[in-house]
Design a protein around this ligand. Structure first.
Ligand code: ZN
Length: 282
């Protein structure tokens, strides 16, 4: 079974478990090979497959997955937005998918268990996906047998929609269940994830981010923004702690019951506290 591994060169950045999966939907389809090579610093290539039935849009199918397979060494994360996905999972595995995810709304529970088993029989990783209106609990019957859970943060069907921050309690609940029942399972978010909303997703417990933009912002950009924010937060919190330690009034207020001294300590803490809103912003 797949277990996410902390990469040596990322360990020092403190973002080791965060993976970026740019969606093929944002690529230039006339130049797929060029665009896929542009995202060689990503962790997955996210392939959105729509059938015009499960969602009101049609994208790509098995021949395209087969064609892009030789153009990249990155794992292909194939997100099936199709009815009765069990009909096609084996063909997607044979075409070169490394991870195949099926919607919990797309078939009966029994048939979905069967689809997952058939993905595993091909030696590939399997996952389940939840639409925004689907309750978190729906994932529970599948949680022990999948390697990834994907929570949609927009209604599936079209790219470029606004991120639904109200999906975060669902992400947090599923993160808790994953940590309890299947800690190796990854938790992915898909829809409207950008360098701003990604922070909300990571805070809620997601570790794989489907990036909806391509070319103008490489996946490395998201990682760069995150690591800058992290470093600024550490510097400001260090300054804040040093300021408190260097102020005798604050130190004295710890060891006394004298109201005057405590009040003085509080005043100094308030002054240092001007720095705190900056820290909180980070
Ligand atoms: Zn997707």
């Amino acid at each position: 079974r797949f277990r996410p591994v902390c990469r040596r060169n990322e360990r020092k950045e403190g973002l080791s478990m965060i993976k970026i999966a740019p969606s093929i939907l944002s690529a230039d389809f006339a130049n797929l090979e060029r665009d896929i090579q542009r995202i060689s610093t990503a962790d997955y290539v996210h392939v959105d497959v729509m059938d015009g039935m499960f969602v009101p849009n049609i994208t790509i199918g098995i021949p395209v997955v087969k064609s892009i397979r030789p153009t990249t060494a990155l794992p292909l994360d194939v997100h099936l937005m199709i009815v009765e996905p069990g009909r096609y999972v084996e063909q997607f595995c044979d075409a070169g998918a490394d991870l195949v995810t099926v919607h919990v709304e797309s078939d009966t529970e029994e048939k979905l268990h069967d689809a997952i088993a058939r993905i595993h029989a091909k030696g590939k990783r399997a996952g389940v996906v939840l639409k925004p209106k689907t309750p978190a609990e729906t994932v529970l019957p599948f949680l022990n047998e999948v390697e990834l859970v994907l929570v949609m943060t927009v209604e599936p069907g079209f790219g470029g929609q606004k991120f639904m921050a109200d999906m975060m309690p669902k992400v947090s609940a599923i993160r808790r269940w994953i940590d309890e029942k299947n800690p190796g399972c990854e938790l992915e978010v898909d829809g409207g994830v950008d360098p701003v909303t990604c922070k909300t997703c990571i805070a809620a417990g997601a570790n794989v981010l489907v990036a909806q933009y391509w070319g103008k912002g490489e996946p490395a950009e998201i990682r760069k923004v995150l690591s800058i924010v992290y470093r600024i937060s550490v510097c400001i919190s260090l300054l804040f702690s040093l300021g408190a330690l260097c102020c005798p009034e604050i130190i004295m207020s710890i060891f006394t019951n004298d109201a005057e001294v405590i009040a003085a300590g509080c005043r100094y803490l308030t002054v240092i506290g001007w720095v705190y809103p900056l820290y909180a912003l980070g």
